[in-house]
Design a protein around this ligand. Sequence first.
Ligand code: ASP
Ligand code: MG
Length: 418
Amino acid sequence: MQVYKFGGASVKDAAGIINLAEIIRKNKDKQLLIVVSAMGKTTNALEKLTRAYVEQNEEMHEMFDGIKQYHHDIMAKLFAPNHPVFDEVNNTFVEIEWAIEEEPHDDFDFIYDQIVSIGELVSTRIVNAYLNHCGIKSHWLDARGCIHTDNTYREGMVDWDNTCKSIQQQLPKLLEKGVVITPGFVGGTSENFTTTLGREGSDYTASIFAACLKAESVTIWKDVPGVLNADPKLFADTKKYDELSYAEAIEMTYYGASVIHPKTIKPLQNANIPLLVKPFMHPDEAGTIIRESDFITFDTPVIIVKPNQVLLSISTKDYSFISENHLSDIFRAFAQCHIKVNTMQNSARSFSVCFDYDAERFEKLLKMFEQDFRIKYNNGLTLITVRHYKQELLKGLTAGKVVLLEQLSRNTVQMVVK
Ligand code: ASP
Ligand code: MG
């Protein structure tokens, strides 16, 4: 069997869903599990809605109406007005309605997962209905009953043993009957609460299912020709890699190449399952294949630009040295706030850390440091990472910018710039 994953951009409108169905039709003699993300920018919109609800901002109702309308407009182009999918989708949205009727008293991350997960639950119901409507036999599977996580909301940690058991129990018999479609990004706790796996986590969903089912391959369908050496929205001349090793792909995603979620590769590498990244507009093109390989040489440097960074510098209140004990306190605080460090640097009297800005997590972190440390920070920065770099390239990348922190190794350079 094979796993296909379609991201938000591939299902952002009715034409996208029709295109998806065309790709499935051409491949429907294969056993297929299809993982789908929320449509277009729905996850961002649901995040905003969650914040508005937690802050009890009146605009939340308007935001919610906008999200419903967007989905309704897409459905109206695909189905006759009396099609049961309209009720199915409305019933799913009702969960948000119930949630936002009450005053918020739960933890932010918990509320976030209950609301934001609806994006995937809705998109997959629409795609499933459309495939059946086109005569492609398709079954909807609730990933929350397959991917079991702990209760780390917004970053559910997968319980692999139970997850594999559930997947191996449920999938094979469903795949016999037709294609199976399931929401990406979501999981469930032992108490049946919904969790999410971290932003862009649908790739990881595809990889979890593939690893548990020993799939032949995973294909991620994207709006780019494959894995490129840089983001085509930021750079004019990009080059596609025909092939990458798992190791290089892990490095790229670790540094923030957003083409694949960072947790995706390892389970596939362990199970030796190739990962294909292909353009959904040109499904016959080869794209990029990621697999075990020692022979790949790098003529083209990889450039990864991560916006929305904070550079925080931490010193002791009396400006004494930052000791190992301080460092251990600092790292514990980062772990407790679920903030991943992108790069860091130590000097005698201060410790600088660069990470992604997330309002709620950052506030929590600052509170934890308030008592014992002196804090300075800049936000709105950009982290540029270049692998297999050449000196001339670096000059061009930093021209006109202030470099606040730089770190070089033989293969990789990281620069935090303003
Ligand atoms: N819809 C989620 C997000 O945008 C998950 C995903 O797209 O993979 O983060
Ligand atoms: Mg997405």
